[in-house]
Design a protein around this ligand. Structure first.
Ligand SMILES: [Zn+2]
Length: 327
């Protein structure tokens, strides 16, 4: 009797850990393997880890390989989704690695590769906070700020695979210079690193906090705890960051007429403080016809959004959202 293909293998390939998971059509993780990334040992060692984690997953589950639809990888960096290559991934030390064709040869299965923010957008549109939406943007706010864009049902990757650099849109034309070459980038105003830097600067300049005595001790995480505990110094900094994000989101909505904005990333653990300010800013500044029905929400898939989105291609009902994967 022929076995139907009903599961896929997803890999969230990061600079600190590699999460490999067996996933079904409901977006459930059936089993998973997590490895610490051997980044210091070089690009080849990481590739070997990817291969061995797939074998481990198949062996541990004693999986009939004829059930596997394919393999999907989500990773940070510039990805050529069409040609299944990593063009540049700083945290892996990978440059022009044809990881798709290498893995297809190894496992005789289809392989797809996608940028991690794009993967999260795909996952949220299939199984998560924006289920069924054809106009969704996923925004991650952590050390940096990035986005995955689905517009009219199509994942937008751009000419060179770099679309979605939301952190590097300018919010302040006369602001600070950014490493990217632009001035006043959102990332320098509202990322986790920026929030911590702002707090340190203000403390050095003599601002008073109920929570912090020394600038050296400030991190975005601690700032969040302090804000939750009622420290107005910390709360003000987070609210200002949220306004900057809201200004950026307003421009995004004006460009794309987005239906759902899904927020993920570590800084969004403070969503109860940030989301109301973001929503308020968008409502105040946006064109009412485009913003009155917009849905601005927190990710429901959390840390699994990347690994789930990696295999979204195999499960997206119409295949339409993932047109970028095909010629
Ligand atoms: Zn920038």
């Amino acid at each position: 009797m022929a076995v139907s293909r009903d599961v896929a293998i997803g890999i969230d390939l990061g600079g600190t850990k590699i999460l490999t998971a067996l996933i079904d059509e409901k977006g459930s993780i059936l089993t998973e393997v997590e490895l610490e990334t051997l980044a210091p040992e070089g690009p080849e060692a990481i590739y070997d880890q990817v291969v061995s984690s797939i074998y481990r997953l198949i062996d541990e589950r004693n999986l009939d390989e004829s059930r596997i639809l394919g393999i999907g990888i989500a990773t940070a960096g510039v990805i050529d989704t069409l040609n299944k290559e990593v063009i540049f991934a700083n945290n892996l030390g990978w440059e022009n690695i044809p990881v798709g064709s290498l893995l297809e040869k190894e496992f005789s299965l289809p392989v797809h590769i996608v940028n991690d923010a794009n993967a999260a957008a795909i996952a949220e549109s299939i199984w998560g906070a924006g289920k069924g939406s054809e106009n969704l943007v996923y925004i991650t706010v952590s050390t940096g700020i990035g986005a995955g864009i689905i517009s009219d049902g199509r994942l937008i990757t751009g000419e060179g695979g770099s679309a979605g650099e939301f952190g590097h849109i300018s919010i302040d034309a006369n602001g600070e210079a950014c490493g990217c070459g632009n001035i006043g980038c959102l990332e320098n105003l509202a990322s986790g690193s920026a929030i911590a830097k702002t707090a340190q600067h203000r403390l050095k300049m003599g601002a008073k906090s109920d929570f912090f005595t020394s600038p050296a001790k400030v991190s975005a995480e601690k700032l969040g705890k302090a804000a939750q505990g009622g420290d107005s110094f910390s709360l003000d900094i987070l609210k200002e960051a949220a306004v900057s994000i809201g200004v950026g989101v307003t421009s995004l909505v004006h460009l794309l007429n987005t239906e759902v904005i899904v927020f993920g990333g570590g800084v969004m653990n403070l969503s109860e403080i940030l989301l109301p300010e973001i929503k308020k800013t968008v409502a105040q500044r946006g064109l009412p016809s485009m913003t009155k029905n917009i849905n601005i929400v927190k990710s429901t898939l959390g840390v699994n959004a990347g690994v789930l989105g990696a295999v979204g291609y195999y499960f997206e009902p119409s295949g339409k959202a993932l047109a970028a994967f095909e010629k």
